[in-house]
Ligand binder design. Structure first.
Ligand code: NI
Length: 153
């Protein structure tokens, strides 16, 4: 590990310290390393469109908007090869929150995300791409445990 010195505005440093405290980081360095890792992941995913990834697509929509629920569902059926699972939460009287786990190439996943989040009545659309190297389980034994939790496939 190397030690570097950086210059940073007072305001920005204050923001980082607040974020660091809120998220429970033990040091500024640890907080900054995670911020940089996030940026690197975003950067990589803009570069290699043909790379495989998992992704979490989240968005809020008004289920009463004409035909929207049906259109969103049919959009995911049209790309069923990318769709791993979808969580649906009724957020209030009008709004639904959905989180779709996707798996495929970065380009395909982004294409589906764009077609969903650009629909009228869809808000807070966000796509989090996870490069497959980090999520790959090929080298792991079929049964592994998560720190004392019950083993699973
Ligand atoms: Ni709902």
């Amino acid at each position: 590990m190397q030690r570097i010195t950086i210059s940073i505005d007072d305001d920005l440093l204050e923001t980082i310290d607040r974020l660091s405290e809120r998220r429970g980081y033990t040091s500024r360095s640890e907080a900054l390393r995670d911020i940089v890792r996030d940026a690197v992941v975003r950067e990589q995913s803009t570069v290699s469109g043909s790379a495989n990834c998992y992704a979490a697509l989240s968005y809020v929509y008004e289920h009463e908007t004409r035909d929207l629920a049906r259109r969103l569902t049919s959009e995911q059926h049209r790309h069923h090869d990318l769709s791993v699972s979808t969580l649906h939460v009724h957020v209030g009287r009008h709004d639904c929150l959905e989180i779709a786990v996707l798996k495929g190439t970065v380009d395909d996943v982004k294409g589906l995300a764009d077609s969903v989040t650009s629909q009228r009545g869809v808000r807070y659309g966000n796509l989090h791409i996870i490069p497959i190297e980090m999520a790959a389980d090929e080298d792991r034994p079929p049964h592994h445990s998560h720190d004392g939790q019950a083993p699973h496939e």
